[in-house]
Design a protein around this ligand. Structure first.
Ligand code: PLP
Ligand code: SF4
Length: 398
């Protein structure tokens, strides 16, 4: 059986009840079976204004951007993801993530590789920042090219996608470095490969005794849920402990199809987490962020990280000030399920830095002063001892 029909699930789990397969099939003039075939979706990826215009009412800004950005960062959208968009509104949150805009040409501070991943890769595509874990960027292609992607630079390199030489050299590096206990397979989107290609890579990694956990970073449940077939999930389940992190950014993406894809992974014992990027006009209000996070836990996805958007070229219009991000985090605590709240982080060339609203104000004699959720001071008895004198509230001596 290929893709599990979302009709077999309770619709109330998804944030939106509309059946996108039905809507999409009608929009693209194909039957639902064809529309839900992931290979058909990849073959029919929308890459030009001419294609997009057949379905969307494109604005002048978007039309020009399709042309002007062609050589800088090409557009690519699956028919499924396009069918999630408001066809009339150019500021629709799904559309802002995937359809190019001229604003991308007006970023004054964005750079190509803000995380210095190229410099942090001892062999090509193995980013080794932390002692015990690596990000292994095996894939180059994606179902949808997110306009804020921090790995846009990969777009230029021909033949990067599951290149056997790069994959073999990466596996060899991991096998030779006994400290690596956690391998994150990422890209691009690794789940765009054929089952056999992925299986081959996973088997090689599983055969390395010191690799304890394997993780896959993929946006497929969001941009191409039909890719999560029963066969794919069965194949992945051979390589436990295997974890998946996906990437939902707004409540509109929580469709019955996405919920079905997640359910297929969970039913094989694969834990699914979510990493969102904080994006202007997409998820930067307390209401929308809360709706996203609560929708995720309804489909049993655990919110893991909320990323501060990187200063990647062409993304200034999507970035949100860190101060606003901290206010958003403050708005969540106490107002929703604790495990629906992700950690807000900024990734840097030396690792991820937590961005947390500070509730610790200071200390008096034998008390630590805190700010409670109602912004009232709370005095916690916490007598001075040796540890306290050496580590004043954990602040480093700079
Ligand atoms: C994010 C990241 C990881 C994984 O970090 P966790 O905090 O363990 O999820 C590993 N390597 C690199 C280079 C990363 O950017
Ligand atoms: S799916 Fe991930 S790697 Fe691909 S364009 Fe989007 S953010 Fe970048």
């Amino acid at each position: 059986m290929p893709f599990r029909s979302p009709a077999s699930l309770h619709y109330r789990t998804a944030a939106r009840s509309e059946n996108i397969t039905q809507r999409g099939a009608a929009l693209f003039g194909v039957n639902e079976e064809q529309f839900s075939n992931w290979r058909w979706q990849m073959k029919n990826q929308i890459t030009s204004a001419e294609d997009a215009r057949k379905v969307l009412h494109l604005s002048e800004n978007e039309t020009q951007a399709f042309h002007e950005l062609e050589s800088l960062f090409q557009a690519g959208v699956t028919p499924y993801y396009l069918a999630l968009m408001d066809l009339e509104n150019e500021f629709d949150p799904v559309r802002l993530q995937a359809v190019p805009r001229l604003d991308e040409l007006k970023d004054k501070i964005g750079i190509e590789d803000p995380l210095q991943e190229v410099g942090n890769s001892p062999v090509k595509e193995v980013v080794h920042v932390y002692r015990d874990r690596v990000a292994f960027c095996v894939a180059q292609l994606c179902p949808v090219y997110c306009r804020y992607c921090f790995r846009k630079r990969r777009d230029d390199e021909v033949g990067l996608h599951f290149n056997p030489k790069i994959v073999d050299a990466g596996v060899k590096y991991i096998a030779e470095n006994k400290e690596i206990r956690d391998v994150l397979i990422t890209g691009g989107d690794p789940l765009i490969a054929q089952d056999g290609t992925l299986e081959n890579l996973l088997r090689q990694l599983r055969n390395i005794p010191h690799v304890e956990i394997i993780r896959i970073g993929t946006r497929v449940p969001v941009t191409l849920p039909y890719r999560v077939t029963e066969e794919l999930a069965d194949m992945l389940a051979q390589f436990h402990p295997l974890w998946i992190n996906t990437h939902f950014n707004c409540p509109e993406e929580l469709t019955p199809e996405a919920a079905a894809a997640i359910d297929t992974l969970l039913s094989r014992g694969i834990p699914v987490g979510n990493q969102s990027v904080l994006l202007a006009g997409v998820n930067d209000s307390p209401e929308r962020l809360k709706a996203l996070l609560e929708g995720l836990v309804r489909i049993r996805v655990r919110p893991y990280y909320l990323y501060q958007a990187q200063t990647v070229e062409g993304t200034a219009h999507l970035r949100v000030p860190i101060e606003k991000g901290l206010d958003l985090m403050r708005s969540l605590r106490g107002n929703t399920t604790g495990f629906a709240i992700p950690q807000y982080v900024l990734d840097t060339p030396t690792g991820k830095i937590p961005l947390s609203p500070n509730h610790v104000i200071g200390r008096t004699e034998d008390d630590v002063l805190l700010l409670d959720l109602k912004k009232n001071p709370w005095r916690e008895p916490n007598p001075i001892n040796d540890y306290v004198t050496q580590n004043p509230l954990g602040f480093p001596n700079l």
